[in-house]
Design a protein around this ligand. Sequence first.
Ligand SMILES: Cc1cc2nc3c(=O)[nH]c(=O)nc-3n(C[C@H](O)[C@H](O)[C@H](O)COP(=O)(O)O)c2cc1C
Length: 200
Amino acid sequence: MNLLAIDVSPRLDNSYSRNVSSHLVASLSSPDTVVVRRDLAAEPPPHLDAVFLDAYLTPSTARTEAQRDALAYSDMLVDEFLAADTIVISTPMWNFGVPSTLKAWIDHIVRLGRTVDIRNGSFEGLAFGRKMYVVVGSGDLYTRGPLAMMDMLTPSIRAAFSFIGLHDIEFIRVEGTNVPGSRTNALPRAIAEVDRQTAA
Ligand SMILES: Cc1cc2nc3c(=O)[nH]c(=O)nc-3n(C[C@H](O)[C@H](O)[C@H](O)COP(=O)(O)O)c2cc1C
């Protein structure tokens, strides 16, 4: 198994989502698992700029060398993503959605001609057959209570990845990290959920 582990939180040892993800990656791994790590806090992907878009919108056969260079980093991220059969993302919720580093990574890997194509006039995802886990750290609670409808993170991840054909996504929440009364249980609950999901 090739496992790609993407971490997003700029917090390191004290990040709830990174802690749960470490446990998840260890639980999913066997001696022959190849784990590739990408730390988006240490190496934030650039936002898509005019040079990138110009290259992206030029047909691949007509691209200049400079345009191919402009896409090289994105190509590397796509290759890394497609080489994995399991993807584990750990991310905080920021302002009800994903941090912009994770959004930038998604913008690099959702690529026409690489992870999604147009066939018979419709989009067709090319990243099918992969399994994805997303560990989400949030200060408040979203599985129940008044803020549940404010969760823009899980639907946006589902939308982007199902667009490229990856439908098998499990979310593991480490939630209520800022709520007195939930904070102490947030980590053990999430670890228990990892153990439940990886028990089979
Ligand atoms: C800039 C920023 C925005 C945040 N926005 C939210 C939010 O919209 N909803 C929420 O429940 N918690 C929010 N939080 C709290 C984090 O989600 C919480 O601290 C979580 O534990 C972060 O994950 P981490 O511990 O892996 O870094 C925010 C924190 C920061 C720093």
